[in-house]
Design a protein around this ligand. Structure first.
Ligand SMILES: [Fe+2]
Length: 203
């Protein structure tokens, strides 16, 4: 059975969290991944500049990656040194504070994501700053950054996330509850959070 590119991308847009899976690689997406791999070899600044170039044409990215249909994570590239994800936030989705243990650069190409930045304090964590990023905007986080993310819009928000390491490696932390208690970061918990966040909007 022949599957059209649109049908393929719609299927590929389902939630996929699987280390080592090179999903959705096709002729349209490959040049973008190759550009980011090259930029990675030159350093985070180069990754940031490449993301700025890519997200300066959101329509082109939407054509290459497909229109987002629900919140989720699509793994575009994943090794122990470099992870490239296409993340779509569900409408009004909130992701609690978490670390990455590696640098990260995020380029938004659809919708908007708000970040609150945190630092470790004696008791738990405390907020130290915030930023709001729309299509065409890029933010970069240091290896020890902690952030929480909000999609403030009633629509989907889509971005390319580049991490200088294995996003799926263990040892990460998230903070939850009114006292922001540290807890091991759970990929399964993240997956379930996407499912629930989609369900709120019938996605
Ligand atoms: Fe994050």
């Amino acid at each position: 059975m022949t599957v059209s590119r649109r049908e393929f991308l719609a299927t590929a847009g389902a939630i996929m969290i699987a280390p080592g899976v090179f999903a959705s690689i096709n002729d349209e997406v490959t040049p973008m991944i190759e550009a980011l791999k090259q930029a990675y070899s030159e350093g985070q600044k180069s990754v940031e500049e490449t993301l700025k170039r890519l997200t300066s044409d959101p329509r082109d990215l939407l054509n290459r990656l497909g229109e987002p249909t629900k919140g989720g994570i699509r793994v575009l590239y994943n090794t122990s040194e470099l992870t490239i994800l296409n993340i779509t936030w569900a409408p009004l989705m909130v992701l609690r504070p978490h670390d990455h243990n590696m640098w990260a650069s995020i380029g938004v190409y659809e919708g908007r994501e708000d970040n609150i930045f945190w630092k470790r304090s004696e008791s738990a964590i405390e907020p130290v700053g915030a930023g709001s990023y729309g299509a065409g905007e890029v933010t970069s986080l240091d290896h020890d950054a902690i952030h929480s993310v909000v999609n403030p819009t009633p629509r989907l928000t889509a971005a390319i996330h580049v991490y200088g390491g294995d996003f799926f490696a263990p040892g990460r932390t998230s903070w939850a509850g009114k006292d922001q208690e540290p807890t091991p970061f759970s990929q399964e918990g993240l997956k379930n959070h996407f499912v629930k966040s989609n369900a709120r909007f019938g996605l």
